[in-house]
Design a protein around this ligand. Structure first.
Ligand code: FAD
Length: 392
């Protein structure tokens, strides 16, 4: 049996950020991660290129992670465009000045930077290579049971164990789940024509394609198709893959060539019905598992970790219990207010744009025309992306 103040399940980006945000608080934090330590210290490329908002960059900077990410691996996202098939109407998101909309950073480098920052700060004890198998909490404390039989007792348990969170289920917290019945394939591709720093999201018949601009004439292609089609594309030769995606993109960027490994993810979104319980809180994807189309999953995860850490620090400052139900509830309310509108809107947009029935096609054409005509709406979305510190 090991005692600590806070036990965190999962050392993914959300769990690591939360532990690092508590550095200097004097609290003892234990991070339990089922993956081995080597996979945290040197995470493998996983295909995800994370579009970080200005607010996320600010938090990563504050916790000493931003400067650990090699600048030559970051790519500025100058503009974003949404297109519907061959329609001439384009929804264009452009920043008012020279500052880019956001910064594209490979997920594995964010994970590495956060891990290194936690290690350098010595702000958490890491138990890696062993999964949490049971979570129990009571008004006087919580206990984690690990796969090797060890037990960890804590005043507050925080679950950051992915969108299919086992801890959430064990705590009896339900979640809205939306299975889109599709999968996503992400891979880097080199192309003949420049992307000019513009991200393109393109809804075609039976497919959605996003091209995220990286350094040089390279983009990250994100394809949304049926699970069977994605499985086939994971298997074909690199040459056949290049030919396939060149055809799917109508050669707009010229010929595409596979420039790395391919990664597939099922398209399931989740939203927990509660974010807190007795001496328990959910953060990251375990609380809000976004559809990647609006690129907000980790941005929300980081903002949520910051909100919860603030409540813990506020309780400490007032000499109150760090798992004070009032503080946990304030975290839940603030995080729900900040995330639910975009979660719901993203699911609606994603459903509309992946539905190839005629009424949906007509409606999305109208939505795009309307969006193109309403520049205040575009300005609002752009401002939201660029705002450094959103309202708490
Ligand atoms: C293709 C794609 C593109 C994306 N693009 C963007 C983007 O542009 N912008 C953005 O903000 N977000 C994006 N996201 C979302 C982002 O990747 C996630 O929101 C983020 O990784 C979630 O972090 P997390 O720490 O909550 O969960 P995870 O990264 O899933 O980490 C959870 C950790 O918990 C561990 N774990 C699980 N169960 C246990 C257990 N029982 N015991 C111990 N450890 C456990 C796991 O091993 C893992 O290390 C994208 C996602 C995908 C799939």
């Amino acid at each position: 049996m090991q005692d600590c103040d806070i036990a965190v399940i999962g050392a993914g980006p959300a769990g690591l950020s939360f532990a690092r945000l508590l550095a200097g608080s004097g609290l003892s934090v234990v991070l339990v991660e089922r993956a081995p330590e080597a996979a945290l210290a040197e995470p493998a490329f996983d295909g995800r290129e994370i579009a970080l908002t200005h607010h996320s960059q600010e938090i990563l900077d504050e916790i000493g992670a931003w400067d650990r990410i090699p600048k030559e691996q970051m790519a500025p996202l100058k503009r974003a465009r949404v297109q519907d098939g061959a329609s001439p109407f384009v929804l264009d998101f452009a920043p008012p000045g020279e500052t880019p909309l956001g910064m594209l950073v490979p997920n594995h480098l964010i994970r590495k930077a956060l891990f290194d920052s936690v290690q350098a700060e010595g702000c958490a004890t890491l138990i890696a290579g062993v999964a949490v198998t049971a979570v129990r909490t009571a008004p006087r404390g919580g206990t984690l049971t690990l796969a090797d039989g060890r037990e960890i007792r804590a005043r507050l348990i925080v679950a950051a164990d992915t969108r299919m969170s086992e801890a959430r289920r064990q705590m009896g917290i339900a979640a809205r789940m939306r299975d889109f019945g599709k999968s996503m394939l992400v891979a880097r591709v080199a192309h003949e024509k420049p992307h000019d720093g513009i991200a393109t999201e393109w809804f075609g018949r039976g497919q959605t394609v996003a091209m995220l601009p990286l350094r040089g004439d390279v983009s990250s292609i994100v394809l949304t198709l049926s699970a069977r089609e994605i499985a086939d594309l994971m298997e074909v030769t690199p040459e056949a893959f290049g030919a396939d995606v060149t055809r799917r993109t109508d050669a707009r960027w010229g010929a595409l060539t596979l420039a790395g490994t391919r990664h597939a993810y099922p398209l399931v979104t989740t939203y927990a019905m509660r974010f807190v319980g007795t001496r328990f809180a959910l953060i990251g994807d375990a609380a809000v598992g976004m559809h990647p189309v609006t690129a907000h999953g980790f941005n929300f995860g980081l903002a949520g970790a910051q909100r919860l850490a603030e409540q813990v620090r506020a309780a400490l400052a007032r000499r109150r219990d760090i798992a004070d139900p009032g503080g946990l509830l304030r975290y839940e309310m603030a995080h729900r207010r900040a995330t639910f509108p975009l979660y719901a809107a993203t699911n609606t947009i994603a459903s509309l744009y992946t539905d190839d029935r005629a009424p949906a096609r007509a409606l999305r054409g109208a939505v795009l025309r309307l969006g193109a005509a309403l520049s205040p709406v575009r300005r609002l979305v752009t401002a939201q992306l660029m705002e450094a510190t959103p309202a708490r």
